[in-house]
Design a protein around this ligand. Structure first.
Ligand SMILES: [Zn+2]
Length: 80
């Protein structure tokens, strides 16, 4: 995948966590950010007690951008 900012080749990798991975709107950190508590959140990886959570992401080391295409449900390694 080519970086949409600088056109360099991006590296495929993972972002992982021992907790659910989600994006939430705004800039304030939330103490309780789990998706079931927030209707505006986007779940990037469902939580798994055994495996934690992980989603595919592409990294551009040239301009230091990481891109997650959450239109593709397969980015969530716990999605099956
Ligand atoms: Zn780039």
């Amino acid at each position: 995948m080519k970086c949409p900012y600088c056109n360099h080749e991006m590296e495929k990798g993972l972002i992982h966590s021992p907790h659910e991975l989600n994006w939430i709107k705004g800039e304030k950190r939330k103490l309780l950010a789990q998706s079931f508590l927030r209707e505006d959140s986007i779940v990037l990886s469902e939580f798994s007690m055994m495996r934690g959570s992980a989603c595919l992401a592409y990294n551009c080391r040239n301009c230091k951008k990481i891109i997650i295409d959450y239109a593709d449900e397969a980015i969530d390694l716990n999605y099956r």
